[in-house]
Design a protein around this ligand. Structure first.
Ligand SMILES: [Zn+2]
Ligand SMILES: [Zn+2]
Length: 284
């Protein structure tokens, strides 16, 4: 099993890369992804200029400790048009991109502050979520996931409320994995079953900010006891997890037929694919 959502003291985690990678090894994991927060997050977002430096550190720790490591970013949704704080030109500097909503994040622009950030802050404080607010948030997340090349949709519903079943349809279409967070799952078993029925695939992650939480899964399995589910819906359980999935490796792979995956039709993805091909050639 691998853990694909963890933080270090390069963002708001409490431990060093080495301590987190060692914790993964000690927990018997096969892989760990260090996924720092995008730079719009007020506390501990990782500056873009540091991506390469942290990635090199993550790789070195993996080699020294003897475990496969990935470096990634947990991008923030920052605007009402689905903007995120991850730039297309940085895909080459990461192995994996998560995307989710966080509370204390700089808005993409003035309009977004009044139409996305502020109303959600207020509703969050008073725990009062209207149907129209949920629908607006759902459209924003769908747009963010449709217009960017995302591997994992992080902790659905944790901060701003959305319609997770609607979003799962986009995730299914675009092969975006949905996180089952061992910190807390913020949707109901019935929602999970509906998401599975929509064709979505899931991944269990810890969102660990300390070494002792790396690789934890207990809360997820407690939740799954309440659900009707099959192991093939979750990509990183034992041998059902397929490392070749491009949404984990960040590396373009081809289907068994030899054809490229069809979800990459967005112009941004086309660009990324071209770049992947170029990189492949230069590696040969
Ligand atoms: Zn998060
Ligand atoms: Zn996180």
């Amino acid at each position: 099993m691998g853990d694909y959502h963890t933080h270090t003291n390069n963002s708001d985690g409490k431990a060093t890369v080495e301590e987190m990678v060692r914790a993964a090894k000690d927990a018997g994991l096969k892989e760990i992804a260090i996924t720092e927060h995008g730079d719009a997050k007020w506390s501990g977002g990782l500056e873009r200029k540091k991506y390469s430096m942290v990635r090199a550190l993550v790789e070195k720790c993996g080699e020294d400790i003897g475990i496969t490591t990935l470096f990634g970013i947990e991008a923030n949704i920052t605007g009402s048009a689905g903007q995120i704080d991850f730039c297309e030109e940085d895909y080459d500097k990461v192995d994996i991109v998560l995307c989710g909503i966080h509370r204390l994040v700089s808005p993409a622009n003035f309009i977004s502050f009044f139409t996305f950030t502020l109303p959600n802050w207020c509703r969050g404080i008073f725990r009062c979520w209207s149907k129209s607010r949920i629908n607006k948030n759902t459209e924003i997340v769908k747009r963010a996931l449709s217009e960017n090349n995302i591997d994992i949709y992080a902790h659905p519903n944790r901060y701003f409320k959305v319609d997770v079943v609607e979003i799962s349809k986009v995730c299914a279409e675009r092969n975006i994995l949905i996180e089952l967070s061992s910190k807390k799952i913020n949707f109901r078993p019935i929602d999970f079953e509906r998401m599975v029925a929509a064709g979505a695939k899931f991944i269990i992650c810890s969102d660990a900010h300390t070494p002792r939480r790396v690789g934890t899964t207990a809360k997820v399995f407690d939740f799954l006891k309440l659900c009707d589910w099959k192991p093939e819906s979750i990509v990183n359980i034992d041998n059902t997890f397929k490392r070749k999935d491009r949404h984990i490796s960040g590396i373009k792979i081809e289907k068994l037929s030899g054809k490229e995956e069809e979800d990459d039709v967005h112009p941004k993805n086309k660009k990324r694919n071209k770049r992947d091909k170029r990189n492949k050639k230069s590696r040969k």
